[in-house]
Design a protein around this ligand. Structure first.
Ligand SMILES: Nc1ncnc2c1ncn2[C@@H]1O[C@H](COP(=O)(O)OP(=O)(O)OP(=O)(O)O)[C@@H](O)[C@H]1O
Length: 264
C-alpha cells in the first residue's frame, strides 16, 4: 500500500515514513515525523544532539518499533517486519560507531554481511554441494571487489582490529554493500575520520549513489552534507523542523535557534 507523506512522491519513492512517533515513557524521541526518500536521492538528516535522528534510523531499520506511524519500502508497509527482513528487502544501515568482529579478517567480516546464501542450510548443502561451492566462490569474489572498492584490499587478511576509525567506516560501507541494498541509512560516516579518508568516503558514497542507490544520511559535518545532499531535513526535539538545501537550512533562523539550544 502506498502511503502519502511530505516530499517527492509517486513511483520513484523508495522509502516513505508516515507520522512516525517513538515514545520512551514520558519522552517523545520521534514526534509525528513524515518524509519520503526518492530513488537516487541522498537525503540529509541533521539536528542538534538528542534531536531524535538515530531513533528515526532505528524505526526505519526496524531495530525499534514505532509507537505509532508507518514505514514503507518501495510502497510496501514494513512496519511489522524485523530488521533482518528489512535488510532482505533492500534496506542497509551503517552505525555511528562501527563494531566489526575484531579478530576476524576483513574479508570474513564482509562475507558475514551477505544475505540468503544457499549454504546456510545443512539440507541445501547436502542437496547441491556444487551449487554451494559456486555460491561461496562468487561471494568471496564479490567481497574482494568490495574491499577493493573501499581501498582496503591490501588488508584483506588482516584482523579488523588493526583498522583506524576511518578505515572501519570504509569496511562498514563494504559490509553494507554486500547485501545489495537499494537504500542505505548512513549514521555519521564522517565522525572520527581524518580529512584524507573523509574524501575517500565522500567519493565512495557518490560512486555508490551513481549506481542508483538511495541514501539517508545523518551527519554533523555540514560540509559533507552540502556536498552530498540535494535536500536536507532538520530534526529538533523529535520533530521535523524544516527542510531545504543545505545552504537554506544552515541559514534558517529556526535551525540556528535549535542548535543554540532554543528548541532542543
Ligand atoms: N532506548 C532509549 N531509551 C530512552 N530514551 C532514549 C532511548 N534512545 C534514545 N533516547 C532518547 O531519545 C532522544 C533522541 O535521541 P537520539 O539518539 O535519537 O538523538 P540524535 O539526534 O541521534 O542525537 P546525536 O546527534 O547525539 O546522536 C534523546 O533524548 C535520547 O536520550
Amino acid at each position: 500500500m502506498m502511503i502519502a507523506a511530505s516530499g517527492p512522491s509517486g513511483p520513484e519513492t523508495v522509502l516513505s515514513v508516515s507520522h512516525a512517533s517513538k515514545r520512551y515513557g514520558g519522552l517523545v524521541a520521534v514526534d509525528d515525523v513524515s518524509f519520503n526518500l526518492a530513488k537516487g536521492e541522498i537525503l540529509g538528516l541533521i539536528g542538534p544532539n538528542g534531536a531524535g535522528k538515530t531513533t528515526m534510523f532505528d524505526l526505519v531499520a526496524g531495530s525499534q518499533k514505532p509507537s505509532s506511524g508507518r514505514i514503507a519500502v518501495h510502497g510496501r508497509d514494513v512496519s511489522g517486519q524485523s530488521a533482518h527482513r528489512r535488510i532482505a528487502h533492500g534496506l542497509g544501515r551503517t552505525f555511528q560507531i562501527p563494531r566489526p568482529f575484531p579478530q576476524l579478517s576483513l574479508i570474513d567480516n564482509v562475507l558475514l554481511a551477505r544475505q540468503n546464501q544457499t549454504g546456510e542450510g545443512v539440507i541445501a548443502n547436502f542437496l547441491s554441494p556444487r551449487r554451494v561451492a559456486a555460491e561461496e566462490r562468487a561471494a568471496v569474489e564479490k567481497a574482494r571487489a568490495l574491499l577493493d572498492f573501499v581501498l582496503l584490499s591490501r588488508l584483506e587478511s588482516e584482523p579488523a582490529k588493526v583498522l583506524s576509525g576511518g578505515q572501519r567506516k570504509l569496511l562498514e560501507l563494504a559490509r553494507v554493500m554486500m547485501a545489495d541494498p537499494a537504500i542505505v541509512l548512513l549514521d555519521e560516516p564522517a565522525a572520527g575520520v581524518n580529512a584524507t579518508l573523509l574524501e575517500v568516503i565522500i567519493d565512495r558514497i557518490t560512486e555508490i549513489n551513481r549506481r542508483g542507490i538511495s541514501f539517508l544520511l545523518i551527519e554533523h559535518n555540514i560540509d559533507m552534507v552540502s556536498r552530498l545532499c540535494g535536500r536536507v531535513l532538520v530534526m529538533a526535539s523529535g520533530q521535523l523542523l524544516c527542510e531545504g538545501t543545505a545552504q537554506q537550512v544552515a541559514t534558517d533562523p529556526r535551525v540556528i535557534e535549535a542548535y543554540l539550544g532554543g528548541a532542543a
